[in-house]
Every structure is written in C-alpha cells, then in structure tokens.
Design a protein around this ligand. Structure first.
Ligand SMILES: [Zn+2]
Length: 261
C-alpha cells in the first residue's frame, strides 16, 4: 500500500500565535490530511513548504488535491501562495481546489491573483456549509469569534470523523459544533486572560469543550508561549487524568494514523 493510501493526519507544525511562530519555537506549517487517496493541506503557515520537503518520508505538495484555509492570519496563510505553486507544479499543471473564507480572497487578500489562475477551482468557505474533495467531505459550522473571518472544520472520511476547532474565542455553542471522534483543538493559552482582547482558547475552555463533546481522542495543538512553557505533553496528561478521556499534545511532525485511533 502506498503511503498516501492509509488515512492519516500529519502535524507539519504545531505553533500558534505570534511569538512561538516568529521565533519558530515550534514549526508553523499546518496540517496534512490524507484519506482514501485524497491529500488535503490545512493552513499552510510560514515554513509549510520547507517542512513538507524535509519531513521523513518526504511529503510532496505536488500530490495535494486541495488546500483549506481556515482564516487569513499569517500563521495560517504565510506559505499559502507557494504551496499553491507547489501543488500545481509552478502553475504548469492546472489543478487542485482552494477552500477559503471570502475575506481571505476579497478584502486585503492573501492569495495572489496570478496564483489563483493555477487552481482548478476556488470554493468559498461559509457558515454551516458542506464541501467535498475526493474521498473527504467536510463541513463548516458557525463563524468563529476571531477578528478575521474564520471557520473550524468537521471532516468526514470513510473510516473516521475528525474535527478541528481552529482559532477562536470561546462561545457558548462551541462544544456542540465539533463532534468528530477525533477532536483537534487550537489551544494558544494555558490560562484565560480575563477581559484582554485575546481571541484564543485556553485550557479552561478545552475542559468545557471536552466535557461536553466527549471525543474518542483529543489532540491539542497550535501552542502559544504559555502552553510551550507549561510543556504541552504534561498539560495533556493532566487533562487526561482529570477528564477521563484520551488527550495528547501534538508535536511537530507527529503522524496520527487514523486506523489506530
Ligand atoms: Zn493562529
């Protein structure tokens, strides 16, 4: 069986927010998903291309079928244009689908116009909508509370459901929106910061979400400085003990084989 035919999620990068990204304390490359022979990249932040090519085994972006951009912040979109070029072999092979919110394309866009013509299709991500690419179908939920237009994603593959709660401030409906067997949560902060304008989740929010959603496996990623300092794997182990469900912290290059979940 070829590598891309087994269903997996590979965390090319696990950095979140400005300082961890700027100092590259963790990589900020995003995530590669593969299911039923379909390859999809999510949020190619700074370093995505280099990290893919340097990973073992090498992840070849020209085998991608599409790219999902959850929102246009730099830590998610820094390598978007170059990943589109790589997916389309420098634009010589028109192919692939880009899924992105409207404000990543219209207002202060993060996708160059000349690169758009390399793509087979651009699909706009909107609230509560369904999408399909090869063997992967996915849906968005409510718009996140995150400054720029942002959506989380519920992926449905033949073997599994996997939900990604991307960047957002906590809001009441959040725990009900993402019910994948595997739940990936972007947790930037160890502790909540009161009224400060930080549109990110903390470990307190994770507890509220997991208590309600009860996924088979929770994966923490997209760490800010306070999480890095607290050692994400130790935080995950404590959460697992407290909540009685399996919790792991993603690390750069970690491959989650969905058949083993
Ligand atoms: Zn982010």
């Amino acid at each position: 069986m070829r590598e891309e035919e087994s269903d997996f999620v590979k965390f090319i990068g696990t950095a979140g927010a400005r300082f961890v990204v700027m100092k590259q304390l963790r990589s900020s490359g995003g995530v590669w998903l593969s299911a039923g022979g379909t390859n999809l990249y999510m949020d190619p932040g700074p370093g995505a291309l280099v990290r893919c090519l340097n990973s073992r085994p090498k992840m070849d972006p020209s085998t991608l079928d599409g790219i999902v951009l959850t929102h246009k912040h730099l830590d998610h979109s820094g390598d978007l244009n170059v990943m589109i070029e790589a997916m389309t072999e420098g634009g010589f092979r028109k192919r692939g689908v880009l899924f992105a919110p409207e404000d990543a394309l219209e207002k202060d866009p993060v996708v160059f116009n000349y690169v758009r013509s390399y793509l087979e299709k651009i699909e706009i991500l909107r609230e509560n909508s369904q999408y399909q690419i090869g063997g992967i179908s996915f849906s968005t939920a409510l718009r996140h509370n995150h400054g720029v237009e942002t959506y989380g994603v519920n992926f449905r593959m033949a073997s599994h459901t996997i939900s990604f709660i991307t960047d957002t401030r906590f809001f009441q409906e959040l725990p009900d929106l993402y019910r994948g067997e595997v739940l990936v949560i972007h947790v930037v902060r160890l502790k909540p910061v009161g009224d400060d304008p930080i549109d990110h989740l903390s470990i307190e929010d994770v507890k509220a979400i997991v208590r309600k959603a009860r996924p088979k496996l929770t994966v923490l990623t997209h760490f800010g400085m306070t999480m890095i300092k607290a050692k994400p794997w130790e935080v995950a182990a404590e959460l697992e003990k407290e909540l009685g469900v399996k919790v792991i912290a993603a690390s750069d290059g970690m491959k989650l084989n969905l058949k083993e979940v």
